[in-house]
Design a protein around this ligand. Sequence first.
Ligand SMILES: Nc1nc2c(ncn2[C@@H]2O[C@H](COP(=O)(O)OP(=O)(O)OP(=O)(O)O)[C@@H](O)[C@H]2O)c(=O)[nH]1
Ligand SMILES: [Mg+2]
Length: 231
Amino acid sequence: MAGRGPIDVVMPARDEAATVAANVAAARGCRRVREVVVVDDGSRDGTGDAAREAGAKVITLAGSKGSKAHALAAGVAASDAEAFLFVDADCTGLTAAHLDGLCRPWLEGRAAMSIGFFDYGPFWNRLLPWWPPLTGERLVPRWVFEAIPPQKLAGYTIEVRINEVIAEGRLPTVARLMPGVSHRTKRDKLGRRAGAAATWAMYRSLLALVKPGDIRLRTYATYLGGLTVER
Ligand SMILES: Nc1nc2c(ncn2[C@@H]2O[C@H](COP(=O)(O)OP(=O)(O)OP(=O)(O)O)[C@@H](O)[C@H]2O)c(=O)[nH]1
Ligand SMILES: [Mg+2]
């Protein structure tokens, strides 16, 4: 759409050598994307090299705070794009066509944010778009990300903070199913025990947001008010 500026992909990655190259390739194949920026943060498995070989610009954060939120912020700060496609490096089955589909609602002026949800089969796919979205695959305009106060940048809570800006602004969101897309879970990556511990730590940090003076539950209702599900 005329008047819409460039879209860059920002892909946070820590120890994702198994999948990062395929996801960079999908991102580079997206017709709407200008550049693919991988933010590598403390990886010990060659993630940065794999991303570079696949054609990404790689930012390596030395001595960073080690958090997904800070990795995304570093990618945004390194780019002058008007909007970002955030794409996790651990997706499986992701293609350029899925990402084209996530760009369109913003390019066509139908949505401020679009989110892609994984394919969990017919039953869950009908319900999931109506749940509070935590998915990492989303198109977010620069101004939305920059509206998050720096002191609120923290780990896996970043998606909730993005949702908060969208809901408080009563902005429209489009949710799209990404057929055939899933991801490597923490259990796949870390094994059963360590994976369960890391997953629990992530959900604890998310639950801690629901407290007086922080995320208001009614922001979820406001978000739903602006939601369109595309199939
Ligand atoms: N650079 C960087 N990337 C990170 C950091 N933490 C997570 N990531 C990346 O962010 C993406 C999402 O992280 P995951 O740990 O898979 O979290 P998730 O997908 O929300 O949760 P699961 O459902 O458990 O997979 C992946 O590409 C990670 O490699 C970090 O501290 N630094
Ligand atoms: Mg993941």
